[in-house]
Design a protein around this ligand. Structure first.
Ligand code: GLC
Length: 755
């Protein structure tokens, strides 16, 4: 009997075409939907494993020496923390060579992926806040205060993009940047980390950074997460000291401190870090109102909220709102935090387990946070690509990236004063260079450079120039003399120019607290001494905050506000002094005139009444200058004139729009860039309105004699409404003034008008 092989053949074909019941868990299936993977994994986890995912520990808990700079792994330590305590995140370190970061991350990842029960990848957090500043050879951009001074979002985009480009391969998945606090208090030691005092400027610069960083398409197969920090109201401590109490009315929170974070949420920021301080007596880390009701419910953020450094512990020993760590854990988790940057102990894990055992924190509440954390890890592709790569280390510190940093530095330096056009200096024979920043690399870079405080001059790269080096390179035929002690009158008289580079040494956070904003007296004395001759004196301010120079301002011939221009900063300063670059920076902060009167440009009316004794009823409201140099001030080597301001209508309805345009002309004899800043004043508001507000800005380039018409659309919901104390928009009929350059025009908003 012939046996047909057909039935066997059919069975075989069927068997081969039926989907084999996958033994791969859903969470490990890259083709499964992220939400399904999250739920599948969550259901496999014990409570203690979940708590581990909510914990972030510092590198010092897994390295040999317990020192931040030690980017080496002690496997036993990591094996215990990951294997037994299921820690899901680590942070920090300092600038070490890329190969060292690669080795460290590779070891750490292998432990997590191969030696833990579920193989959940680590997410590594780090502070690359002005370029890859914790990576040896990384490109270091100007700090945000300088980026703000460019009024050019391209530069914050480039900063984010290059940072991702240089660090994503090394396992730096999570960058604690951009800082989106509003720089309204010049004493605050972190004002240089902000984009300045204006909410709209900070919003646009921050959004650009996030797009450059999170949407960098050349770091495949990796993805990275940015961090909007420090949510919110961190930057206006009443005393000016870091993390000291802030008293900010709710309405002001919405109007001035929320916009930059809202823009980040709208731009898809993946994580938020909380403000370490307190507002109106409530530490943010314990504020359900701010962390859940505002950030999540009102602003729509559903990503991961991480504490700042040891901020649960600070509720106990700094803010004194919790009697012990367990109560502080309860307070902050119920406020809405997802991850605790504990960062040095297992106290958070122990406290959470105890709170669960007591039934005070439910597994449902834990699942809320762990879902967000797992979702973040799935979105970053960490389950598929957990390991670092050392295949593209040649991306680090490329000439192209350094040029981006140089371009940002060039556009970030502000020419504050240029009496009689003393700058640029074309063919000097001899320049004296004095001051503490003359031959300093670290002063140019500021805090968060190579290490937390950025203070170790010896660590700075050999190829980085100081101002002295850069001037010598810029004027190869001139005698550039570095004077480290007061130069003789003969030296001074023999020079064509004196450059005094002053300002500040690096600092960040509370280390930079000061009680007097005045530039140190020894610098003021030296500047005065140097000003006594006929030799032109240029003051270069290399500083994180606007130190008071009022007493010497008129003794100088020119003043450059260099801020913290980064590793290419000296080059940019020298190019501006020589005229190779035409300065285009504008102040993103109000430069204070006196030691105890700090008023941002968009302040509420602070009238000064000036009246004649004899005729007391002749009271005239005199708006006195509230700063030495106002927000938006910045000179050029050419002259820009504004003319023909036009409004497309003299009134608009609440759903209408109005086009404002102005002609800008380069009336000088050299090309230049101009940031066109538009301001709007609301004449009358139920809640007092700022004397003026930045409504729009854009930067244009003009050849000599060239004119461009610049315009923008005024939309009531975008530029004319303002929030009430609950964050709800108020839009009121009435007159508004548009100002650009020195030109103004009025228009009226009429709510029931159609157009
Ligand atoms: C610091 C800073 C924060 C930083 C964090 C991790 O205390 O406040 O900006 O991201 O700790 O280093």
């Amino acid at each position: 009997m012939k046996y047909s092989v057909l039935p066997i053949l059919i069975l075989f074909v069927l068997a081969m075409t039926q989907p084999v019941q996958s033994q791969t868990p859903t969470y490990q299936n890259p083709d499964a939907a992220i939400e399904d993977r999250v739920e599948d994994l969550l259901n496999r986890m014990t409570v203690y494993e979940k708590i581990g995912q909510m914990t972030q520990l510092n590198i010092t808990t897994i390295n040999p020496t317990g020192k931040q700079a030690d980017v080496e792994l002690v496997e036993e330590k990591a094996r215990d923390l990951i294997g037994n305590h299921h820690i899901g995140s680590f942070l920090n370190g300092e600038a070490v060579p890329p190969e060292q970061w690669f080795r460290f991350t590779n070891q750490l990842t292998r432990l997590a992926m191969e030696e833990s029960r579920l193989g959940i990848p680590i997410i590594y957090g780090i502070d690359h806040v002005h370029g890859a500043n914790y990576l040896e050879g990384g490109t270091i951009f100007p700090h945000n205060i300088n980026l703000g001074a460019t009024f050019n979002p391209q530069h914050s985009y480039n900063t984010g993009w290059v940072t991702a480009y240089e660090t994503a391969d090394l396992g730096h998945h999570w960058n604690f940047a951009p800082i989106l606090d509003i720089g309204v208090n010049p004493l605050w030691p972190r004002i240089y980390e902000t984009f300045g005092e204006d909410p709209r400027l900070a919003a646009r610069m921050g959004e650009s950074y996030i797009n450059g960083y999170q949407r960098n398409e050349e770091i495949e197969p990796y993805n990275v997460a940015a961090t909007a920090k420090h949510f919110l109201g961190y930057s206006d401590p009443k005393s000016g000291w870091d993390r000291s109490p802030a008293y900010i009315p709710k309405q002001a929170i919405h109007e001035f401190h929320r916009p930059s974070f809202q823009a980040a949420v709208d731009a898809g920021i993946k994580t938020v870090m909380l403000n370490s301080g307190e507002i109106n007596g409530i530490p943010v880390h314990g504020s359900y109102e701010l962390v859940t009701e505002l950030l999540r419910d009102e602003m729509g953020f559903d990503g991961v909220v991480v504490t700042d450094w040891a901020d649960i512990e600070k509720l106990v020993d700094f803010h004194f709102i919790s009697e012990n760590f367990k109560e502080a854990t309860f307070r902050s988790v119920m406020a809405g935090i997802d991850m605790s940057m504990t960062p040095l102990t297992l106290e958070f894990n122990e406290a959470m387990q105890a709170l669960v055992d007591e039934g005070r924190i439910t597994e449902d509440r834990i699942d809320e946070s762990v879902r967000r954390i797992l979702r973040l890890k799935f979105e970053l592709g960490l389950f598929e690509h957990p390991y670092p790569s050392n295949e593209r280390l040649n991306r680090i510190g490329t000439t192209e990236s350094k040029v981006k940093a140089l371009e940002a530095a060039r556009e970030s330096i502000v020419l504050l004063r240029n009496k009689n056009g003393v700058l640029p200096v074309l063919n000097p024979t001899r320049i004296l260079v004095a001051g503490p920043s003359a031959d300093s690399k670290r002063n140019l870079a500021g805090g968060w450079t190579l290490a937390w405080q950025g203070a170790n001059e010896e660590r700075y790269p050999d190829d980085m120039m100081t101002i002295l080096d850069a001037l010598r390179a810029e004027y190869p035929d001139a005698d550039i003399e570095h004077v480290t002690k007061t130069p003789s009158q003969q030296q001074i008289d023999a020079a064509d120019l004196i450059v005094y580079a002053g300002g500040e040494e690096p600092y960040t956070e509370f280390v930079g607290n000061i009680s007097d904003l005045t530039l140190p007296q020894n610098q003021l004395d030296e500047i005065s001494r140097l000003s006594e001759s006929a030799t032109p004196l240029v003051l270069v301010l290399v500083q994180g905050r606007p130190r008071l120079i009022t007493s010497v301002e008129e003794k100088t011939d020119a003043i450059l506000h260099a801020g913290l221009p980064g590793f290419q900063g000296a080059n940019a300063i020298a190019e501006i002094i020589s005229g190779a670059v035409n300065p285009s920076g504008k102040l993103p902060i109000s430069y204070p005139e006196s030691p105890s009167h700090f008023t941002p440009y968009n302040h509420k009316p602070s009238a000064n009444y000036d009246f004649d004794e004899e005729d007391a009823n002749q009271i005239s409201q005199v708006s006195q200058p509230t700063s030495l140099y106002p927000f938006g001030h910045g000179l050029s080597y050419t002259t820009f004139t504004y003319s023909d301001l036009r409004l497309s209508k003299s009134f608009i309805g609440e759903n209408g729009s109005l086009s404002a345009s102005v002609a800008v002309t380069n009336a000088g004899n050299r090309a230049g860039m101009e940031s066109v800043l538009w301001f709007i004043t609301d004449h009358v508001g139920t809640i007092t309105r700022p004397v003026e507000e930045l409504a729009h800005f854009e930067k244009i380039a003009l050849e000599p004699g060239e004119t461009k018409r610049v315009q923008f659309e005024i939309q009531p919901s975008e530029q004319l409404s303002y929030p009430d104390r609950n964050g709800q928009p108020i839009l009121e009929e009435g007159y508004f003034t548009v100002k650009v350059g020195e030109l103004t025009k009025e228009f009226r908003l009429e709510k029931n008008k159609d157009d």
